[in-house]
Design a protein around this ligand. Structure first.
Ligand SMILES: CC(C)(COP(=O)(O)OP(=O)(O)OC[C@H]1O[C@@H](n2cnc3c(N)ncnc32)[C@H](O)[C@@H]1OP(=O)(O)O)[C@@H](O)C(=O)NCCC(=O)NCCS
Length: 297
């Protein structure tokens, strides 16, 4: 592959996010490929510092292909697992079907294997592309909760704005110090995607309960979607609904709800992308689960 890259005047770059021009090259590639602006992260502190990007750049400095690994520790059945996520996989149309993506994937997988990651995670609408590398799809489930008995709210709920510096600081502090939202399956630490996902979808509300937890949720007047909780403690569903002062017809919890002290029934989650896993910790993942939409990458 170095020969092919050289023949086309491409340069392989790794760990290049410190170079602002190269980072902008990736921003453009992702804008052109997925119509998303990952540079929105600039106002939150930039991209995930654990990122391990691999990219090919042309003679004009354009990023023509990229695949990024990053560290995303998760909890699986009560155990902390050193996991890697893979994102920002794209090749410009005129450079496709020449093996560039295969080359970048292999480099990223070799790197994370060498660094001892025991679980690899990705989200894709093209599962066949990754099956040949040993990834398998994990079905995800929404938990539909029975309405709990509401309590007199003991904690103050306050809506947060990512644009208010003191609110952003509180959210970041809680994301740094959070307990996993589930002991069955949840991210232990992932800050940048939570902030970016909140930014991408203006319907997402971030509300703090007594400054000890930030609840990410949406409500359309009938259905309440509980997307994530980043907190030093995890409040029960009853506490959350009481504090938010909503009485929905239907409650959908978009992560494994084992810490919420509530009764649920499961429904298959039909998302646009599939969650895929591989690695020696992959077999420990058992039973219905869902990756919080705030951790989507
Ligand atoms: C998907 C994409 C990254 C492939 O890039 P590429 O450089 O053309 O891929 P390569 O030439 O390196 O091919 C790698 C392998 O993937 C396979 N492949 C390519 N596109 C595929 C697809 N859409 N579905 C399944 N397999 C695919 C190739 O057949 C090849 O298989 P092989 O290794 O067994 O020969 C590129 O088409 C793209 O950027 N698409 C739009 C963005 C996207 O979908 N990104 C992936 C997000 S998960």
């Amino acid at each position: 592959m170095p020969e092919l890259a050289q023949a086309h005047g491409l340069t392989l770059r790794q760990d290049y996010f410190g170079d602002l021009t190269a980072w902008k090259g990736l921003v453009d590639l992702l804008q052109d490929t997925f119509s998303i602006d990952v540079d929105l992260q600039a106002s939150f502190g930039g991209p995930d510092p654990t990122s391990m990007p691999f990219g090919y750049f042309d003679g004009d400095g354009r990023c023509v292909a990229n695949f990024t690994a990053f560290s995303m520790p998760v909890i699986v059945n009560g155990r902390s697992v050193k996991a890697a996520g893979y994102q920002s996989g794209a090749v410009r149309p005129e450079w496709r079907e020449r093996g560039l993506y295969r080359d970048l994937m292999q480099r990223a997988f070799e790197r994370t294997a060498a660094e001892g990651y025991e679980l690899d995670l990705l989200l894709t609408d093209k599962p066949a592309l990754y099956e040949r590398y040993g990834f398998r799809s994990l079905p995800q489930h929404i938990s539909v909760a029975r309405m709990p008995k509401l309590e007199r709210s003991g904690s103050t709920a306050r809506r947060l704005s990512l644009e208010a510096p003191e609110d952003l600081l509180l959210i970041k502090t809680l994301l740094q110090n959070r307990q996993p939202v589930s002991t069955r399956f949840a991210v232990i630490r992932q800050m940048e995607m939570f902030l970016l996902n909140a930014c991408f979808n203006p319907a997402i509300r971030l509300t703090t309960l007594g400054d000890a937890a930030v609840v990410a949720w949406t409500f359309d007047g009938a259905t309440f979607w509980l997307l994530d909780i980043a907190g030093t403690t995890i409040p029960s569903l009853a506490t959350i609904l009481s504090a938010l002062d909503v009485e929905p017809d239907r409650i959908e919890i978009c992560f494994s709800p084992d810490r919420l002290d509530c009764e649920v029934s499961l429904e298959p989650y039909e998302g646009y992308t599939m969650l895929m896993v591989r690695g020696k910790a992959a077999d420990d993942i058992a039973g219905p689960l869902m990756l919080s939409p705030m951790a989507e990458f």
